[in-house]
Design a protein around this ligand. Structure first.
Ligand SMILES: Cc1cc2nc3c(=O)[nH]c(=O)nc-3n(C[C@H](O)[C@H](O)[C@H](O)COP(=O)(O)OP(=O)(O)OC[C@H]3O[C@@H](n4cnc5c(N)ncnc54)[C@H](O)[C@@H]3O)c2cc1C
Length: 432
């Protein structure tokens, strides 16, 4: 008998999962599949904590499918090769998956779609990672937005009418293929080093979300949700979170809309992965001094807030949003180091690393991006510290050697000089 495959990727959950829901309604028994993509894994360090997060999540998900009488088939390899094997093993009528908007994934999915059609099977994709797909919120002329505010207004108008969309996949698990439990590749086969690791919880903290607008900017309060990793891998439903945000806090909902805005930009402008959204800024003559970069990475620039942020990142895999903006601005404007260097460093360390948001955040800070900070508005790390960490609680937490501003490491660059230099360089590009 034929089956449907539900290929889980960025939607690693059972509830409100659009691809799983549609597959379970397909009329054929559904076999859920997860592939550890050899291509992606080869670019990761074996100690990468995100691998542990995925591995752990998959293991729990597999148990859930097993308790429903089925399994989650966990494979390792190049997706195309894995699917060739699957087509040999099962009579697959259809493959269902959530859409991934990254350039690599689009290419990968095209290959799988071709393979499906070669095997007379359908390949069906559904929006799940975002509420509105990149082509759903467009300007009246049908072109993508390049400014956040009108995009978010349009997004909100639409959300008001569609807010109840829900895919109760969790109610349809009887339609899974009955299958004995399967083995999962062990961590050695995946070339990963397993270590017991704590991750942010996936529950929604309603009290925090209610007061989000008042507390989110103060890094010492640590009053943001830390849901980034869960949104990245789909271990929570963004639809459920957005519905809650809609009721509780517009500022929080706006941040979820920024996330969709950057997904939309990446989809329509995949060139931003390597180039500036505003091409003129590809002409910045970055200084790219390695010793400055090393000082920034190590949290030893002499600016306590910058240093504390970098230490938080390298020690925990997280950095508070305000501090992300300050450290990114400092690297690109004060040190005149190419935003791509910083972007890559964050990509290697952030647990919540997401190509679209990281690229968007970096290009925002470097002023080269879509709806970015204007080049002449350069953060003063000292002033930011006075405003957002006035009692030095955050910097003291991450800089054990800090006892006073006077005795702290001498800044590697003077603020006024750096600010004027950056403004001069960026302004000259805008004149040409
Ligand atoms: C230089 C730089 C790099 C960044 N890199 C990433 C990244 O790799 N991955 C990532 O998810 N976010 C990134 N951000 C955005 C933001 O800093 C993080 O989403 C946020 O700090 C994550 O913490 P949280 O989960 O507690 O977020 P909360 O403040 O609780 O927000 C909830 C969710 O909304 C989304 N969100 C919040 N703020 C933004 C934003 N400005 N842009 C896009 N989405 C947002 C995230 O999914 C976040 O988890 C970056 C920002 C900057 C300035």
């Amino acid at each position: 008998m034929g089956i449907s495959i539900c290929w889980l990727r960025r939607d690693l959950r059972i509830d409100d999962n659009s691809a799983l829901f549609h597959s379970l309604k397909s009329g054929l028994p559904v076999l859920p599949v997860f592939i550890f993509d050899a291509e992606i894994l080869s670019g990761l360090d074996s100690y990468d904590k995100r691998l542990i997060f995925i591995y752990d999540t998959i293991r729990k998900l597999k148990l859930l499918f097993e308790s429903a009488g089925s399994t989650l088939l966990v494979m390792y390899g190049k997706p195309e090769e894995v699917f060739v094997r699957l087509f040999g093993q099962f009579q697959i009528e259809s493959v269902f998956a959530g859409i991934d908007y990254e350039p690599y994934s689009i290419e990968r999915d095209k290959a799988i779609e071709d393979l499906c059609s070669h095997n007379a099977a359908g390949f069906h994709r559904f929006h799940d990672h975002v509420i509105y797909a990149p082509k759903q919120i467009l300007k009246p002329d049908g072109k993508p937005y390049h400014v956040f505010t009108p995009y978010s207004k349009n997004w909100m108008l639409r959300f008001k009418s569609d807010a109840e969309t829900n895919y109760p996949s969790e109610d349809l698990l009887d339609n899974l293929l009955k299958h004995p439990p399967t083995e999962m590749p062990d961590s050695e086969a995946l070339k990963m080093v397993w270590k017991q690791t704590e991750f942010p919880v996936s529950g929604f903290n309603t009290q925090l979300i209610e007061k989000y607008d008042k507390v989110r900017d103060f890094p010492a309060l640590d009053a943001t949700t830390h849901l980034g990793i869960h949104l990245r891998f789909g271990t929570v439903s963004v639809r459920k979170l957005a519905r809650l945000a809609y009721r509780l806090n517009q500022t929080f909902l706006n941040e979820l809309i920024w996330r969709e805005f950057y997904q939309m930009i990446l989809y329509h402008h995949p060139e931003v992965v390597t180039r500036s959204f505003k091409p003129v800024y590809d002409n910045v003559r970055w200084l790219n001094r390695e010793q400055d970069f090393d000082a920034w990475c190590a949290g030893k620039t002499g600016y306590p807030l910058v240093d504390a942020g970098m230490r938080q990142l390298t020690q925990t895999g997280f950095m508070h949003n305000r501090v992300r903006m300050i450290t990114a601005s400092f690297l690109t404007k004060h040190l005149l180091i190419d935003w791509r260097w910083g972007e890559a460093f964050f990509a290697g360390h952030l647990l919540d690393y997401e190509l679209a948001s990281n690229n968007g955040g970096w290009q925002w800070a470097a002023s080269s991006g879509c709806d970015a900070v204007p080049y002449f508005r350069i953060f003063s790390p000292a002033r930011q510290q006075q405003t957002f960490d006035a009692n030095e609680q955050y910097i003291r937490k991450w800089l054990p050697e800090y006892s006073s501003a006077e005795s702290y490491l001498k800044p590697i660059i003077e603020h006024t000089f750096a600010r004027e230099r950056a403004i001069g360089i960026f302004a000259s590009l805008n004149k040409t």
